[in-house]
Design a binder for this molecule. Structure first.
Ligand code: TYD
Ligand code: MG
Length: 456
């Protein structure tokens, strides 16, 4: 019998830093009390299952037939959109999100769609029993044909079963519950999560079976503590949205087979997730008319234009320091824009509390939202409402200049589709517009000109 050598080390659960001895504070990321003992079995006992799938050979690039990646659409349009058109064979897709946000629901529904076109699909669950999954499937009216459930948490067991039944796609629900026998640490620790994901990646590439990995986001907002999985997998999708709202947004963070920042919008109903076909209308459906502090921005998420409402409340500060709060947009960006308003437009906001909110629980990162924030704050501060059928977009520079943004025409098109009449946009964009989509277009160069155009 060969002697198995145990190697013990300690690993930080929030960044993955490894150390031969226990440490109170991680020298890498600075977290306290984050080291956990991990043991590996040195070499010898590598799982035979992956090795047996076959060796890879070098191939000439010229000889590869790669006209299309042969994607399989899931039939859920919003899901296919974030995937870049469908599921690519052999790809590994990480679906992350808070517990209870709807990850298992989404994948069960996606499997239902896939099962119409493909052979067997394997749903591995370490969290719920087959009965629980069946109950959910009934509630979602999922087509059960071809879906095979496997309540298993040992990675070696999962891979063996998978090789036996060779499914056309597989879900691991969730990566925090599976463990490999090569490590002795508990499931869910950084070492286990990373090792299991790496093995699943190897498995997917060699067998050409696409693998969906569900990962719970921890309190710190990262998957499995650190972002240890993001560089391993092909595609990273985050499922966001707050419990208070029924909207759920699936966002592409990384995609080796498509564009990033793409979003899919769903609504959680009592029969599962429903696609939202026209999100702009939905996000504007409860917009109040003729009140100050509300502006609509034509924002672009990935390749999709989206009309969103930004609200601001500017009010006199009561206790000393003025408060600044922003939900859905970057806090620092708001502070910067408020400073620009003070300096370049002569507004006095020093003694004011400013609250900014993007309606519907959306988060917007692109700079084209700048003009919206400026307009909303100015509108609330001056108590002048912005014309109901007017919308804006554009980036604002530190000297108050207004800069052009990408894809102006697709933004105009979306606005026109849902009945907007007037666009106040960067002059740089306005000069190049060929088709105004029936909108009145006002190009502005600086903040003063902008405020004049937007607050009549
Ligand atoms: P689930 O997919 O189990 O979340 P996750 O896998 O991300 O932890 O979703 C659970 C939540 O979704 C739960 O709070 C109930 C809700 N839900 C509905 O509102 N309608 C439904 O049809 C289903 C299946 C779940
Ligand atoms: Mg779940």
């Amino acid at each position: 019998m060969s002697k198995t050598r145990l190697k013990t080390f300690y690993q930080c659960q929030s960044c993955g830093h490894a150390s031969p001895k226990w440490l109170g504070k991680c020298p890498d990321c600075g977290s306290w009390n984050s080291f956990v003992e991990e043991k590996t079995v040195a070499a010898s006992r590598h799982s035979p299952s992956i090795q047996s799938i076959g060796k890879t050979e070098p191939v000439a690039l010229l000889s590869i037939d790669g006209t299309s990646e042969n994607r399989t659409p899931t039939g859920i349009k919003e899901f296919d959109r974030v995937l870049g058109g469908g599921v690519v064979p052999g790809s590994v897709i990480l679906v992350g999100g808070d517990p209870g946000i709807g990850k298992s629901t989404l994948l069960l529904q996606a499997f239902s769609g896939l099962s119409k076109k493909s052979g067997k699909l394997l749903y591995v669950s370490g969290e719920e029993s087959p009965q629980q999954i069946k109950m959910r499937a009934d509630r979602l009216s999922v087509r059960p044909d071809n879906i095979i459930l496997l309540p298993e948490t040992s990675l070696e067991g999962i891979l063996d079963t998978s090789l036996n039944i060779s499914p056309e796609a597989m879900v691991i629900d969730s990566i925090q519950t599976v463990y490999t026998q090569e490590l002795f640490s508990a499931p869910g620790s950084v070492g286990q999560v990373r090792e299991c994901a790496a093995k699943l990646m190897l498995f997917a590439k060699r067998s050409n079976i696409p693998v969906f990995i569900i990962g719970h986001v921890t309190k710190e907002g990262t998957i499995a503590g650190p972002r240890v999985l993001e560089h391993i997998v092909d595609t990273v999708l985050y499922f966001e949205g707050d419990r208070g709202h029924s909207y759920r947004i699936l966002r592409t963070i990384k995609n080796r087979f498509g564009s990033t920042n793409e979003i899919g919008i769903f609504e959680m109903s009592d029969a599962g997730l429903r696609e939202v076909a026209n999100p702009s209308e939905l996000f504007l459906s409860e917009r109040p008319s003729n009140v100050s502090g509300s502006t609509v921005v034509a924002s672009l998420e990935g390749t999709r234009p989206l009309m969103v409402e930004i609200q601001a409340l500017v009010s006199q500060t009561n206790f000393g320091m003025p408060r600044r709060t922003s939900i859905g947009v970057d806090f620092n960006r708001v502070n910067l824009l408020v400073a620009v308003l003070e300096k370049r437009a002569g507004m006095h906001l020093g003694g004011m509390d400013i609250f900014i909110n993007i309606v519907g629980g959306l988060k917007i990162i692109e700079p084209a939202v700048d003009l919206g924030i400026i307009a909303t704050v100015a509108s609330s501060a001056k108590e002048v409402p912005i014309e109901q059928k007017t919308f804006v977009f554009g980036e604002v520079g530190l000297s108050g200049e207004i800069r052009a943004v990408a894809q102006a025409e697709s933004r105009l098109k979306e606005a026109s589709k849902i009945g907007f009449k007037k666009a106040v946009i960067p002059a740089g964009n306005a000069a190049k517009i060929k088709n105004n989509e029936g909108l009145e277009i006002i190009g502005v160069k600086d903040i003063e000109g902008f405020l004049e155009a937007v607050l009549e």
